[in-house]
Design a protein around this ligand. Structure first.
Ligand code: SF4
Ligand code: SF4
Length: 67
């Protein structure tokens, strides 16, 4: 199963990754990060494809995908 790592404190909350994940595994977290925005989180129980679309689309390179 691929592993997704999100650097939450770098996330600016643009939500691009949410719209690009084909499995709908990314959602908005409840708590604010250091930038004062709600970062995204990944559903670790979902079936991630390892497609890395989320990582590719993030303008701030906050997401890494390990296969
Ligand atoms: S690697 Fe693909 S399936 Fe997995 S969280 Fe990212 S966009 Fe979604
Ligand atoms: S694309 Fe990057 S900056 Fe935008 S919400 Fe997702 S992780 Fe945060």
């Amino acid at each position: 199963m691929p592993k997704i790592v999100i650097q939450k404190d770098r996330c600016k909350g643009c939500l691009l990754c949410i719209s690009f994940c084909p499995r709908g595994l990314i959602s908005v977290d409840k708590s604010l990060n250091k930038r004062g925005v709600r970062p995204v989180k990944v559903d670790t129980k979902g079936e991630c494809l390892g497609c890395a679309l989320c990582a590719l689309i993030c303008p701030d390179c906050c997401i890494e995908v390990f296969k």
